[in-house]
Design a protein around this ligand. Sequence first.
Ligand SMILES: [Fe+2]
Length: 217
Amino acid sequence: MYPAVSIVDPDLISTLPRPIIASTGLAALTHAVEAYLSKPATLITDTQAVKAVRLILGSVEAAWTDIENNHQAREDLMMGSTIAGFAFGNSDVTAVHCISESIGALCDVPHGVANSIFLPEVLAYNMPACMEKMADLAKKTGIGPAETSDEALALSFISEIRSLSKRLGIPSFRDLNIPMDQMDTIARMSFANNSNPSNPRDLDESDYRIILENALE
Ligand SMILES: [Fe+2]
């Protein structure tokens, strides 16, 4: 479904509760990061994705702290979320969404929570296939010193996302209490997801099983 018109008004989120700011803010970040790293990414979607990552990283914590009295934070967050939508709407999302859409279909877990949990897990697993581009994203969004190696930059990008999730109170995968007998189904559905071919690293069902196990640890 594509809307004919969207009303992008940051004042509409002035009273958004903290857990929703955290999960939807990190879900918007997921949209931007996945758009940037997905196989169909283009120069145009990359430009939008980088801007979105910068806006969201620069505002989500301030919005979480006091959204009601911080107009700039909610405006940046909403604009970042909107631009992230342009980016992934014209490239694609990747394995994070393959997993979160599968979990969302089977269990009562909000989309943003599942995205927030699996973003760092999928980035870590994808790293060998897109280290240079991940490092590039880290540099362009001010994470890690530019003179370090691609590997160090990619790792700092992932650890920044992990610590941001922690600071914003995102639960762990274990906290969701998903029955263990669902893991094979989640892996199978993730592999079958439309966006799986857009993931920078070729993943089969067993790769998804490993990502789920890594997240449980
Ligand atoms: Fe999404």
